[in-house]
Design a protein around this ligand. Structure first.
Ligand code: HSE
Length: 432
């Protein structure tokens, strides 16, 4: 197949970004896939206006009604980014019923209609992918679906809601819940009705999707305990941190037991105290994370942005690519494989550096070291030397401002050639 035809329903923030990236990355996607990903139709209440704003050619058919598009468009793959429940459900069942591949990022749809969707996909022989529905840009669903195929997922603990995590971690910095929620709304990751976030229901829908992916079965969102962060106050946060050495996070958990073919599951969403050294305690602001416990690989941590146009569109496009590759017959593009990689010069890599040298306590020794750095164009950010005594050498620690590796290396060589500097030294790059 030379082209895979794609139709996108819903041109909100994620839909627009998906369409924009699909077009902007057309050439590289084509090379990697070995076939063109061709946008043939879009559906939105304001399809005409949005299509014009996106600069779509006239060949892309505009539909005002997504259900009209899903019945009529000549597409191999449909993308559902509508939001809500009833129309997306009808859209998804219609696409799968036609045997078409479907990509969605709609956690509510998946959590509430899991049996109907998986049944329709099986009956229609159609593929369904939903990487963007949980933890946005973190590629955790595909890992749960495929990467642990030879392993057993024993359970998981996740921070799956950016808004509540933003409120809790901004609270640790002194912001009130109201201030933090307003910031989350401005940044665009809070739900239209933020009670969905605050009450833990958003996390519960995502937990349901994760359970479905691991077991194949349906974990109904109302069937397990869900608590939010409404009752957590600034006082709780500071007592936890200062007196207990712990942080509060809204954690969604699953534990599987029994036979893998018929597992039992314990599920919960709850505000949870975590030791400050726990990996989930280090997750701050709108970031999401998922700690997966497996039988053979042990614990694995996935971390990244769980919401927003860029991260979610990235996950949606990954789904589009993978399903298109399946349609294509699993044959990746050959062009890239034969291309030799071009290396950029490591000398241009920029970072700050730590340099420890052993220096003889002589007049002018430090001046010559500073000179060597200055001549190479490397600026010193900090320098430390213990009090020196007599003829023995003293360690001098130098921290540089960000500098090109080539320049730093030139300075290092020059410094080590000085008669007042001993050869034993330690140089390390620093990461921000
Ligand atoms: N309201 C959600 C959040 C958006 O805050 O994480 C992504 O599902």
């Amino acid at each position: 197949m030379n082209a895979i035809n794609i139709a996108v329903a819903g041109l909100g923030t994620v839909g627009r970004e998906t369409v924009r990236l699909l077009r902007a990355r057309r050439a590289e996607l084509k090379e990697r896939l070995g076939a063109e990903l061709r946008l043939v139709a879009v559906a939105d209440r304001a399809a005409e206006r949005e299509a014009r704003a996106l600069g779509l050619p006239a060949s892309v058919v505009r539909y005002r009604d997504p259900l009209d598009m899903v019945r009529r468009a000549e597409a191999d793959l449909f993308v559902e980014l509508l939001g809500g429940l009833e129309t997306p459900k009808r859209f998804a069942l219609a696409a799968l019923g036609r045997g078409k591949a479907l990509v969605t990022a709609n956690k509510r749809l998946l959590a509430h209609a899991w049996p109907a969707l998986t049944h329709a996909a099986r009956a229609g022989g159609a593929r369904l992918a939903f990487e963007g529905s949980v933890a946005g840009g973190i590629p955790v669903l595909r890992a749960l679906e495929l990467s642990f195929s030879g392993d057993r997922v024993l359970g998981l603990d996740g921070i799956l809601n950016g808004t509540t995590n933003y409120i809790l971690s901004r609270g640790e910095e002194g912001a009130t819940p109201e201030q933090a929620l307003a910031e989350a709304q401005t940044l665009g990751f809070a739900e239209k009705d933020p009670r969905l976030d605050l009450s833990g229901r958003d996390s519960a829908q995502k937990l349901s999707v994760l359970a479905g992916l691991v077991t194949g079965g349906w974990l109904r969102p109302g069937a397990f305990p869900v608590a939010g962060i409404e009752s957590v106050t600034a006082r709780d946060l500071s007592f936890a941190r200062e007196r207990l050495g712990m942080a509060v996070r809204l954690v969604a958990s699953l534990r599987f037991s029994g036979k893998p073919a018929a597992p039992a599951v314990a599920a919960a969403v709850a505000p949870t105290l975590l030791p400050l050294g726990h990996p989930l305690a280090a997750v701050r602001r709108q970031y999401n994370a998922l700690l997966v416990h497996t039988a053979s690989a042990g614990d694995l941590m996935f971390y990244g942005q769980g919401a927003g146009a860029g991260p979610t569109a990235s996950a949606v496009l990954a789904d589009v690519f993978v399903l298109a590759r399946d349609i294509q017959g699993g044959l990746p593009g050959a062009a890239a494989a034969s291309r030799r990689l071009r290396l950029t010069s490591p000398d241009h890599a920029v970072s700050s550096y730590y340099l420890r040298i052993e220096v003889l306590d002589r007049p002018g020794a430090l001046a010559r070291i500073a000179d060597a750095l200055a001549n190479a164009g490397v600026s010193i950010s900090a320098i430390h030397q213990d009090p020196a005594s007599g003829r023995r050498s003293v360690p001098v620690m130098i921290i540089t401002h960000p500098a090109e590796r080539g320049r730093f290396e030139r300075a290092r060589k020059r410094i080590l050639s000085l008669s007042s500097v001993k050869p034993a030294h330690c140089a390390m790059r620093m990461m921000a």
